[in-house]
Design a protein around this ligand. Structure first.
Ligand code: MLT
Ligand code: MN
Ligand code: ZN
Length: 306
């Protein structure tokens, strides 16, 4: 069985965001809209309920671990966390790593590009280099399935990184040239049952290879950052369109809801929701629309068993 627990379901900034007074953020603070607060994206996955993997390390990682008892230590120095997988180098996905600096070995799965983006020229990374093997990097090669191990033994899960349209992390813009390894989605498969989770929380465009990567999955998590392309400019809280930020919007003729209509996974879930997204409001027409199409909207604490 593949056990999935959503620890954080919001995009960078979370919901509400500290410097945002938009309708959603103010409404959730004041309790005047039907919506719940969300932390920044991270999901934990396990085949046995005992050893766990994190998909992305959110700035709220401490709260995520404390809030989910299966991730608590079982003896004085311990963690059931056997590995952390990174989809890209965005700070909402990596900053949590620096909070895990209390002298415990970590296993990180990422492409070579994402590893270099986080480690090179980053003096703070030295906090994870205080003893040999504090961090073991497991390099993900595009399209190659890797076994995920727990204590050196098979964990029952394997992972394949799939390149998807995306972008470099904001803080690397101008420093490195774009590369297909900058942004990936994951296909995570349970060896015993063949059950598959497709995890694509940052997708800049729905391409044939994206559709192919979702095929045959029992559960799909997909980029739900923005409902519309002009969501930020329309609210006066930004100038960039969704596509400029490498997030395909959910709504509209060219949105993911329309373009992924053929996806057959029994569970289809939008995650990485920006605080401006009307999908956050449980009584919005946009929310009704996705639910009519068989999609769900992730929330912190959501659990799924495949
Ligand atoms: C994104 O998802 O586009 C990034 O998290 C943006 C950022 O790094 O602030
Ligand atoms: Mn993000
Ligand atoms: Zn807001």
């Amino acid at each position: 069985m593949v056990l999935i627990r959503v620890l954080g379901s919001a995009a960078g900034g979370g919901f509400p965001q500290w410097n945002c007074g938009c309708l959603n953020c103010q409404g959730v603070r004041e309790g005047t809209i039907r919506a719940v607060a969300r932390t920044q994206e991270s999901v934990s996955v396990s085949a046995d309920g005992k050893t766990w993997f994190l998909l992305n390390a959110s700035p709220e990682i401490r709260q995520h671990i404390e809030g989910f008892p299966p991730l608590h230590p079982r003896k004085p120095r311990d963690s059931p966390l056997e590995g952390i997988l990174l989809t890209n180098g965005d700070l909402d996905h990596c900053l949590g790593l620096l909070s895990l600096r209390e002298s415990y070995p970590l296993v990180l799965y990422a492409t070579e590009r994402v590893r270099r983006g986080f480690t090179e020229g980053n003096v703070l990374y030295r906090t994870l280099e205080r003893f040999p093997e504090q961090v073991t990097w497991r390099t993900l090669k595009l399209g190659r399935e890797e076994e995920m191990t727990a204590g050196g033994r098979p964990s029952g899960l394997s992972i394949e990184a799939v390149a998807v349209p995306g972008k470099r992390a904001l803080h690397l813009e101008g420093l490195v040239t774009p590369d297909p390894e900058d942004n990936v989605g994951f296909r995570i498969r349970e060896s015993a049952t063949g059950r598959a989770l497709a995890y694509f929380s940052a997708v800049g465009a729905v391409t044939p290879s994206v559709c192919q990567a979702l095929e045959g999955a029992d559960c799909v998590f997909f980029d739900g950052t923005f409902w519309s392309s002009d969501e930020l400019p329309a609210l006066g809280v930004g100038t960039k369109r969704a596509e400029d930020m490498a997030h395909v919007p959910v709504g509209g003729e060219k949105g993911s809801l329309a373009l992924l209509a053929g996806v057959g996974a029994p569970r289809r879930i939008y995650i990485h929701l920006n605080n401006t997204n009307p999908l956050l409001r449980e009584d919005s027409p946009e929310r009704a629309r996705v639910e009519t199409c068989g999609w769900e909207v992730a929330y912190d604490g959501m659990e799924i068993a495949l």
